[in-house]
Design a protein around this ligand. Structure first.
Ligand code: NI
Length: 195
């Protein structure tokens, strides 16, 4: 009888250990993607200035990848972020939009500058491009998918649509899904800023 009880207790303790272990593992794995998004990059901005991940320091950054010839997703994302920025009120100055090209073949710094000169685009917006290798490395760091579609001058690009919100230390904070209303984007950014 005593022996049976002891066995039962040992079995229960082992069970608890397994549950605790699984919980710890799930927690660790759950956190992993957060830490794994972002990292070092070497690109060039729309003024031709070499730029690294240090550009993310000191401000909140809404980072997204795309290309200036994008017919809908990128202009829509940029418009949504611009409208959301206006809704941040005084906090708007704490946010910058960072648009990273995955089409360096066509997106020269000059092309990027022309693209971002539209009236609705906040002046603090940063457009980044680079060599194919630099762009590949940046996209890899941010777990961004993209692929060339078609051939000849009229080719287009398939690409991930998520916006990554990075904190003023350049650390990944949250993902803002594609096509959210500006008010929702602003609410998510405000919530992140509030901690
Ligand atoms: Ni696009």
């Amino acid at each position: 009888m005593l022996r049976q009880r002891l066995v039962l207790i040992v079995v229960c303790l082992l069970g608890l250990l397994v549950v605790a272990g699984l919980a710890w593992r799930a927690n660790t794995l759950g956190r992993q993607p957060a830490a794994a998004v972002g990292g070092p990059f070497q690109l060039v901005d729309q003024n031709g200035t070499p730029t690294t991940e240090k550009v993310l320091k000191g401000k909140w950054s809404a980072v997204f990848f795309g290309f200036t010839y994008c017919p809908d997703v990128c202009p829509g994302t940029l418009q949504g972020l611009a409208a959301a920025t206006e809704q941040l009120g005084p906090k708007a100055k704490d946010l910058q939009i960072v648009f990273i090209s995955i089409d360096p073949e066509r997106d020269t710094p000059a092309q990027m500058k022309a693209y971002l000169s539209a009236d609705y685009v906040p002046k603090s917006t940063i457009g980044l491009t680079g060599t194919q290798a630099q762009v590949d490395a940046a996209a890899k760091a941010y777990k961004v998918y993209y692929a060339k579609v078609g051939t000849g001058p009229g080719y287009t690009m398939d690409h991930s649509t998520a916006i990554y919100l990075m904190d003023p230390k350049g650390r990944f904070k949250t993902v803002i899904p594609y096509n959210q209303p500006p008010a929702d984007i602003a609410a998510r950014i405000k919530a992140a800023m509030a901690g």
